[in-house]
Design a protein around this ligand. Structure first.
Ligand code: FAD
Length: 404
């Protein structure tokens, strides 16, 4: 019987292996991933890997040597099709059956695909993998027209890179503002202005109807009739968790594989971590599913500690970042539930913070190009600081002094 099998060779899986090995786990590990790559970081795929400022070697988390030296067998281009929990076996796309003592599901998520007319034309891309990022790069040609469907993080990051590549960029968004799902209108307005200043055309309140073209995409048509010429299309309309293998094995899933605070599923021999989980968050006092590197890495550490017999509760405040042009947006906590917003610094200066308060308690913070204050804000949000807006907005107050 194999001691440990990990399904999905993404960032969470690699972190789980690193934590196990750092803590003296000597048994062999089998890693199974459906992509033809070693585990890698996805953030660069819409940022400096897409702009060709960094190469593949900077994207991989570890080289093949690391896995060889640590007794980890990596099975690339292989999918896990089913889990037989009674027998403690899994079946693979290459026909093999593997047994496990413990199984970790780190299956991540996949892009939501559009089903409108013309969706199968050439040059319509999604962005999740190295191969997707490479395919988009191929289409980056000066003065060609790129249309991006969806003004979320991915869409806007691609827009910023396409501008660098001197393309004509149009972004189509269904909502009435960019990044509407994740940030406050103040941040949306800031990035909307930034993109427009850089020459991006943003069309809000507009729903895609179909793509037109013979073989390659030639135009994007919106409901209401607006037609935008396109040589290249990138779609970024959200993702969904890869939970089907778990679900068909009878594990409880609801917008992700349900795990407890130790990243255990209801089966004592099956754990899950990363984008694919729906988990309790003690800071927010509710169950959530997150799509972020921080969550993928921290949950992976939680799984590793559970496997090592030293379980530690997953107790993290969510945080996330996005890079667009020379602006880094960093977000800690979850806003939306707030009753007050406090600005620290001026929006015009390009470096500022927004603090979100609920009944005087700090619940979230956004930072634009202010990494120092962001770092401190992570602690302040974790501490659920009770504070008056005057103190937070006063730049003569050193935020560090507010840490208890
Ligand atoms: P994944 O990285 O999705 O890895 C899961 C792997 O499992 C995949 O390779 C998948 O193919 C494989 N798999 C699935 N099912 C099976 C199966 N049945 N058998 C075998 N293998 C399987 N987060 C941030 O915090 N900041 C950012 O700036 C940021 N930028 C991003 C930019 C892009 C372009 C993308 C795509 C994501 C970005 N994210 C960012 C999100 C972040 O990358 C993810 O949250 C993180 O990669 C999740 O890691 P994971 O290991 O849980 O899942």
């Amino acid at each position: 019987m194999n001691d440990l099998v990990i399904v999905g060779a993404g960032q969470s899986a690699a972190q789980c292996i690193m934590t196990l090995k750092r803590n003296g786990f000597e048994k062999p590990i089998i890693l199974i991933g459906e992509e033809n790559h070693l585990p890698y970081q996805r953030p660069p795929l819409s940022k400096d890997f897409l702009s060709e400022e960094v190469g593949l070697e900077r994207v991989y988390m570890k080289s093949q040597d690391f896995y060889d030296q640590n007794n980890v067998t990596v099975n690339k281009s292989t999918s896990v099709l089913t889990i037989e929990r009674e027998d403690k076996t899994i079946s693979l796309s290459d026909g093999k059956i593997l047994s496990y003592q413990n199984l970790v599901l780190a299956t991540g998520s996949r892009v939501r695909r559009l089903k409108v007319k013309g969706s199968d034309l050439n040059n319509i891309h999604y962005l999740r993998t190295i191969d997707n990022s490479d395919a988009i790069k191929e289409g980056f040609k000066r003065d060609k027209k790129i249309v991006i469907i969806g003004a979320g993080y991915i869409g806007l990051e691609v827009a910023a890179v396409a501008v660098k590549k001197r393309m004509k960029v149009t972004v189509i968004e269904m909502a009435n503002r960019v990044m509407n799902r994740t940030v406050d209108p103040i941040i949306s307005g800031h990035f909307d202005e930034l993109h427009r200043e850089n020459g991006v055309e943003i069309i809000l309140n507009s729903t895609l109807e179909k793509f037109e073209g013979e073989k390659d995409v030639e135009a994007v048509v919106c409901k209401g009739g607006a037609k935008i010429e396109a040589d290249l299309v990138v779609v970024g309309v959200g993702i969904q968790p890869n939970q089907e293998v778990a679900e068909s094995a009878g594990l409880k899933c609801s917008n992700g594989i349900l795990v407890d605070e130790f990243c255990r599923t209801e089966d004592p021999h099956i754990f899950a971590c990363g984008d694919c989980t729906n988990h309790p968050n003690f800071h927010l006092n509710k169950n959530i599913r997150l799509e972020s590197v921080h969550n993928a890495l921290e949950q992976a550490k939680t799984v590793a500690l559970s496997l090592l017999g030293k379980p530690e509760k997953y107790d993290q405040v969510p945080w996330f970042w996005s890079d667009q042009y020379d602006q880094r947006l960093q977000i800690v906590g979850i806003s939306g539930d707030h009753d007050e917003i406090v600005t620290r610094g001026s929006l015009k200066s390009g470096s500022f913070m927004l603090f979100y308060l609920k009944e005087g308690e700090l619940i979230a913070a956004d930072s634009i190009n202010n990494p120092k204050d962001f770092l401190i804000s992570k602690k302040l949000v974790a501490n659920k600081l009770k504070i008056s807006s005057d103190v937070l907005s006063d730049q003569s107050v050193d935020l560090k002094e507010l840490i208890k």
